[in-house]
Design a protein around this ligand. Structure first.
Ligand code: GLN
Length: 455
């Protein structure tokens, strides 16, 4: 297990004269974008599970320590077209599996807003780079909270888009039915500006098709929702008459200091003209269990390609293919990744499929329904982003269950494929607090508007 004092770990491609005191980066390399565009002059750090043409992409894993993709992810291509300069690749939990960025094979990242504590995860390097001012913006990916958690812990803004708003082409898959790429920035308008650049249909990712349910097809005139929208314009702070539902199940049980800051932020929303009421969503009580069954099941399948032949490091053929694959995976994957592949394989195995995977899918359907009902009376739903302040470095590493439970407030959103934003909402003596606002599908403008009222 990597100790905090190893930071930054070995294997990083960061020049000695580059100031990376928090260990946010795995690779520092600059690529200039187009001469003009909405992001001209802006710098963007990219999470290391998003493919960059000619720039190493490790997923925080020894398995991919030498992997250099031959193409850009769609989001990277779009950032460059919008004029952004890419400044490098950021540290992350191995393959996105974690809540602290400590499962990275390259050592941890420190939290610039709360030194000695974790930056959150799995996009911890991205949030730290933005919080420390090393980049104007960053991209993260969010399978079960990995944009919102580090945004909350580092005191910055993060948006997890509706499933299908942003192309996943070039994102190395962890649990593909749950994850989206999204922006991290120091303010809501900045995050929305990056979202404008990356959102929209992509013929290379069929899940970016627009939602064809009748009501939405009408609303968007048959187009992809992003085509008709400028998200940055929504960051106007106007919440007059906005109805905010507080999900009581996600507040009860949270740390006292977190709840105090959360309540104070709700008062700010009221003062700005919003109305606040309580909502109970009983289905969220099953979300962590359902999430981990589904995420691990998908991971066991998605990570099968890393066998040292198709993808990943290998010591070379040693006379027996089974042995060769096993050795490559034994050496290439860390402890947390192995745990999840084993559990996911078990959950999907014949005889257990109905007991775990099917039940988890039922819970997922229940969650979607519960959220739909809550949105009949609320424009946005609010909760603390994380129930706890940032952990001390090293604190949660030996207790995976504690780490999984910290995801209680973020994973319901991924299971229901909804959009959510985390905005800074005060400080505890252990670091920043984030407030999460969840919107209906493709309701990004509403959560951006509401989030900007808290700045
Ligand atoms: N902490 C969650 C997990 O470990 C979420 C990770 C993510 O969103 N990539 O799976």
């Amino acid at each position: 297990m990597m100790a905090a004092q190893d930071s930054p770990g070995e294997g990083r491609l960061v020049a000695d004269d580059f100031d990376d005191e928090h260990g946010a980066f795995l690779t520092v390399e600059r690529v200039e974008g187009a001469d003009d565009g909405p992001l001209a002059g802006a710098t963007v750090a990219v999470k290391d599970n998003i493919s960059t043409d000619g720039m190493r992409t490790t997923c925080g894993s020894a398995m991919l320590a030498d992997y250099v993709p031959p193409y850009d992810a769609t989001v990277v291509e779009r950032l460059k077209d919008a004029g952004a300069t890419i400044v490098g690749k950021t540290n992350m939990d191995e393959f996105g599996m974690g809540t602290t960025t400590e499962t990275s094979a390259f050592g941890p990242t420190d939290n610039p807003a709360a030194p000695g504590r974790v930056p959150g995860g799995s996009s911890g390097g991205s949030a730290a780079a933005v919080a420390a001012g090393q980049a104007d913006y960053a991209l993260g990916s969010d399978t079960g909270g990995s944009i919102r958690c580090p945004a909350a812990f580092c005191g910055v803004v993060g948006i997890k888009p509706t499933y299908g708003l942003v192309s996943r082409y070039g994102l190395v898959a962890y649990a593909n039915s749950l994850e989206q790429i999204g922006p991290i920035a120091r303010d809501v308008e900045g995050a929305a500006t990056v979202l404008d650049a990356i959102a929209g249909p992509d013929e290379r990712d069929a899940t970016t098709r627009h939602d064809t349910r009748d009501d939405l097809a009408d609303e968007y005139d048959g187009q992809h929702p992003a085509a008709a929208t400028t998200y940055a314009d929504a960051a106007d702070g106007d919440v007059e008459g906005l109805s905010v539902g507080v999900v009581t199940n996600l507040v009860e049980g949270a740390d006292e200091a977190v709840v105090e800051n959360f309540e104070a932020a709700l008062d700010d929303l009221r003062a700005a003209g919003a109305t606040v009421h309580e909502v109970s969503l009983p289905s969220v009580e099953t979300a962590v269990q359902a999430y981990y069954v589904i995420a691990m099941s998908e991971a066991s399948s998605n990570l099968a390609r890393f066998d040292g032949v198709r993808y990943g490091q290998s010591g070379g053929y040693d006379g027996d293919w089974n042995e060769t694959f096993a050795k490559a995976r034994e050496e290439g994957f860390g402890e947390e990744v192995k745990r999840r592949i084993l559990l996911g394989t078990y959950a999907l195995s014949a005889g257990y499929h109905d007991k775990y995977y099917k039940q988890a899918q039922d819970a997922r359907a229940w969650l979607k329904q519960d959220f739909d009902e809550a949105f009949e009376d609320a424009d946005v739903l609010a909760s603390p982003t994380m129930p706890v302040p940032p952990f001390e470095l090293g604190e949660s590493l030996d207790d995976p269950l504690q780490m999984y439970l910290a995801d209680a407030n973020t994973v319901p959103v991924n299971l229901a494929n909804l959009p959510a934003i985390s905005v800074p909402a005060g400080e505890t003596d252990r670091g920043p607090v984030g407030l999460q606002l969840v919107g209906p599908a493709f309701g990004e403008e509403t959560i951006i508007r509401a989030g900007s009222a808290l700045e």
